[in-house]
Design a protein around this ligand. Sequence first.
Ligand code: ADP
Ligand code: ZN
Ligand code: ZN
Length: 723
Amino acid sequence: MSSIARIALNRPLRRLFDYRIPEGLDLVPGQRVQIPFGRQQATGIVVETGVNPPAGITIKPVTSAIEPWPALPDETFQLLNWASNYYQHPLGECLFTALPASLRKGRAAEEKPEQWWTAVGTGEELPNNAHKQRALLAWLTDRENGASDRDITQAGYTRAQLRALHDKKLIEPHSRAISYSATTDADIDSRVPALSAAQVEAARELAPPGDGFSASLLYGITGSGKTELYLHYLKTNLEADQQALVLVPEINLTPQTVARFRHYFGDRIVVWHSALNDGERLSTWLKIRHGEPVVLIGTRSAVLLPFTGLKTIIVDEEHDSSYKQGEGFRYSGRDVAVYRAHLNGCPVILGSATPSLESYYNAKQQKYRLVRLEERAGNAQPPEICLLDIRSRPLEGGFSKPALEAIRKTLENGQQALVFVNRRGFAPVMMCFDCGHMVECPRCDTRLTYHRRDRAMRCHHCDYQTAATDHCPECHSEAFKPVGEGTERSEDILATTFPETPIVRVDRDSTQRKGSIQGILNTVNTGKPCVLVGTQMLAKGHDFPGVTLVVVVNADGGLFSVDFRAPEQLIQTLLQVSGRAGRGRVPGKVLVQTCHSDHPLLRTLCNGRYLDMADQLLAEREAGQFPPFRAMAIFRAEADSMEQGLTLLDSIKPLTQARGIDVWGPLPALIARRANRHRSQLVLNADNRKRLNFLLKGICEQLDQRKLPGNLKWMIDVDPQET
Ligand code: ADP
Ligand code: ZN
Ligand code: ZN
């Protein structure tokens, strides 16, 4: 009698499907199969085999195995099973997250080779009017390693131009990227500074891969040389046939980091991020699955890839909230990384200048070792942080006189300044000074941000936008004005105050327009005096050696928020932006404009010691019984009316009654309406994670049984980042 395979499908279903295994077919968990599903064929992943068939039911057979080996090898398969259970997300969707799109659809796991090109001629013979071809040739000449078809079209050139150059034999095709020239040890020595005494000490405290599982929290102040330390650690510890994973928050923001890794590891470095196309994804996925000894630098989802020889995991900027997926399979890349290291019996290093309270707490509980790096690398000094109370000062577009004066001095000394504003656009709201009307998004409970460059008012929560007007849409008064500060306004004020100086704006709008942050930062990299104005984007991992002054336009946003994570995030952002100052020879200074200069958290900020602030914040979390002292999960509902969602959540509330579990709500979410969907939530706060997990599982199973109207959706968020 043949046995049964339990198969998971890529659907939001908390159930598996049974199929008969045909004679002669060997299946193992993690393997991809084709199965008949309804009237179609579907791609599934084997979860279990050897199940006995129930009597009296005819079960359809598996059509075929897509390949003879498991797409998800044992350890990856276990990891995803664990994550499915921990985050209460349907197993099928979790398993399929680890496959590139083409494999999800059941295509063969093999690469279509992509054409690569290198320049071979100088192009002197090109006709004078062939500007585009000339430009493409020059562009290719700059790329020693060549460029792929895709790189070329992405850079704005066409296939016709490519063909023309090929016909003229000015460029040459290759079947793959030209290898980075193998780095020799001598090369590396000339490119990489010797570790400082503090770095050597920290490196010694990090456990080597041979010692089994360990988690280290590398607390290294900004500019202390954490990246250098990762490189050194991998170079000394990773053997030639082993794989390593380096998680980073947002790769397109930190091409510098990838470049530094390439210097060390050449083409052993592969990357994984959202901008890859399907072909690139598949190619990288195959390398990882086939155990090539890569060092993968990737964003969140890289932690789910099917490594077979993973020996080290590094999570850089481990506090970054982008590690938590905000929809669907709501996992935390950082937390999954720690579990994966445990599963693999290998070390994980969590690095940050501003560790998350969760990781810091684990270190205090001795679950993680705390490795400190509290000196800046080279001869740089940590910046001096000062509060500038703006309660009774006249402001010009958000800037106080002393702040503008400090910028002027910095520029006069031939140095660069950085201005941090936490909102893109011109102003967070347009307001009528006659009738008090403020323009709101018709689809969300938020106000529209005024974008002067495009004369538009936009919602930053949905994609709604409308043309800006000069008059109040309610009373037609002309006293209709932008209120508050955005990056565009700060840019304008700076441009009028310092007309001779380049002002470089960095936010989602400016980087989208220019294609990448790299081009924008060229001005900064010249080292000449300039002012950088931007959002959070500027806080992340950049090395600006010419910046000696940082001005924070307004620090007060997170001080009094109802979100229990807001103060932590505020302090992290402030310290991260501050950390951009004084990375070169000249010491840095940070001016933080605030209306609350006596706030205890901001006062501690001035001593610059993050762990002091973290201790303070942890004490508050403990007093309030919040994570990391408790385990939290949120049931969220989204519906066309608030009542629908609240009623659903109300109906599960009785199921949540258990010892050690506090339940808050159901209540409307902080932004109660978003893109016309009404959002509500029920918060569970437990003293015991196991018990919470067990309870959640039961509730999810019950909810799954219910027939809900199509416009009513519920989801579960374990360890929520947003409350
Ligand atoms: P972090 O990741 O902690 O912010 P980085 O590794 O980016 O720090 O280092 C900050 C700067 O210091 C970089 O310009 C780096 O090249 C330099 N640096 C790091 N380690 C050393 C060292 N041992 N000697 C000299 N310069 C160093
Ligand atoms: Zn009005
Ligand atoms: Zn909106």
